[in-house]
Write a new protein. Structure first.
Length: 367
């Protein structure tokens, strides 16, 4: 893992480099894995664990103060940190031919430029097969999400990848760029594209009436007091001529019919998607389900394990860097093979130097 940290660029002037930036990145990653939630926590961890830290990095000038840790990271190139993260993740992504990349946004409620400004917004690229975050972009507010996603796409190798998006990103610019770069995407369709939304609803109604026994894929999900069945249909998309000119890359209409029962209450709703790909109902159903599981596999863990939404930091750059390092720490913890909860892994990393080493370097490795 340490070899990937070498990609991080330190933009501080030479005279301000009392502490090595790779040392401090290693310090913060180790501290976050052990439960640290702030620069102050990272300083405290480093002070108590300096002997352990020096088994892996020099830390020639000891541990910087919490203020100095923040200043050091303001001098770090965020893009170089993301390049290091992506380099590490690419070694661990599972290539089964069934993976997709979920692009999703999250508000960091406590992270702001000032007490009166909007909360920081971060969009991430999440590999649904391996469960790893491998790239991210942050901006001043949720209003910036469209722009952030389009910037994020330029950082990814999209060839042969399948990307999934919620309805906000059902945009011709996004679709055209992905297809041009050799990828495919699945876009949810809602009222923000009213003509497209109306067209897919009409076509699906006609399709089901004509083919009542159409091929479909069914998924069952029971838990938390509910019984849910999702039925995925797909058919060739046939748009009106004027819309084909606007959306020439689209090939498939997907409808996911969701039957949900909570207690004595039953509901049925249908969600619509369009895609540049041609696949089976099962492949579409699995990719769409994997996208929405990002909420549980990433966002929920960030808020429960790291208390991310509760962390107040009036420093956009510092908050963004710490958010990236949290996601890297979560990646590392997920990869550990221990048959226990993610929360228990974090507890064990806090209590045991040996277990923390296994998480950071891989079981049986210290390189």
């Amino acid at each position: 893992m340490l070899k990937h940290l070498d990609k991080i660029t330190d933009c501080r002037s030479h005279i301000n480099q009392e502490h090595d930036v790779i040392d401090i990145c290693f310090l913060v990653l180790s501290a976050v894995i052990s439960g640290a939630q702030s620069w102050a926590d990272c300083h405290e961890f480093g002070t108590l664990k300096l002997e352990w830290l020096r088994q892996h990095r020099p830390f020639a000038n000891g541990i910087p103060s919490q203020q100095s840790i923040g200043r050091i990271f303001r001098g770090v190139s965020k893009q170089s940190l993301l390049d290091a993260l992506m380099s590490w993740v690419n070694e661990h992504r599972i290539n089964t031919g069934q993976s997709s990349i979920a692009i999703d946004g999250k508000v960091l409620k406590g992270a702001k430029a000032s007490a009166s400004s909007s909360a920081l917004h971060m969009v991430t690229a999440y590999d649904t097969e391996s469960g790893l975050v491998f790239n991210a972009k942050s901006g001043a507010s949720k209003k910036s999400e469209l722009k952030l996603v389009q910037e994020l796409l330029t950082c990814l190798d999209l060839k042969s990848e399948l990307l999934t998006f919620d309805a906000l990103h059902c945009q011709t610019q996004t679709l055209d760029y992905i297809v041009k770069e050799g990828g495919d995407c699945i876009l949810q369709v809602k009222g923000n594209q009213p003509k497209l939304y109306e067209s897919v609803q009409v076509q699906f109604a006609d399709y089901i009436e004509k083919y009542p026994d159409a091929e479909c894929y069914t998924q069952d999900d029971n838990g938390h007091g509910r019984v849910e069945k999702r039925i995925t249909f797909q058919c060739p998309l046939n748009l009106p001529d004027e819309m084909k000119m606007k959306w020439p890359q689209l090939k498939t209409l997907i409808a996911v019919e969701r039957h949900r029962k909570v207690g004595n209450k039953t509901s049925i709703d249908t969600h619509f998607y369009v895609s540049s790909a041609v696949m089976t109902s099962k492949a579409f159903g699995c990719a769409i389900r994997a996208h929405w599981q990002t909420e549980n596999n990433q966002h929920w863990l960030l808020d429960t394990l790291f208390q991310e939404d509760k962390q107040k930091m009036y420093d956009e750059d510092g908050a963004s860097i710490l958010a990236i390092l949290r996601r890297w720490a979560l990646n590392l913890v997920k990869l550990h093979p221990a048959k226990t909860s993610q929360n228990q892994k974090f507890n064990r990393a806090c209590w045991s130097d040996d277990f923390r080493e296994e998480i950071i370097f891989g079981t049986g490795q210290k390189v």
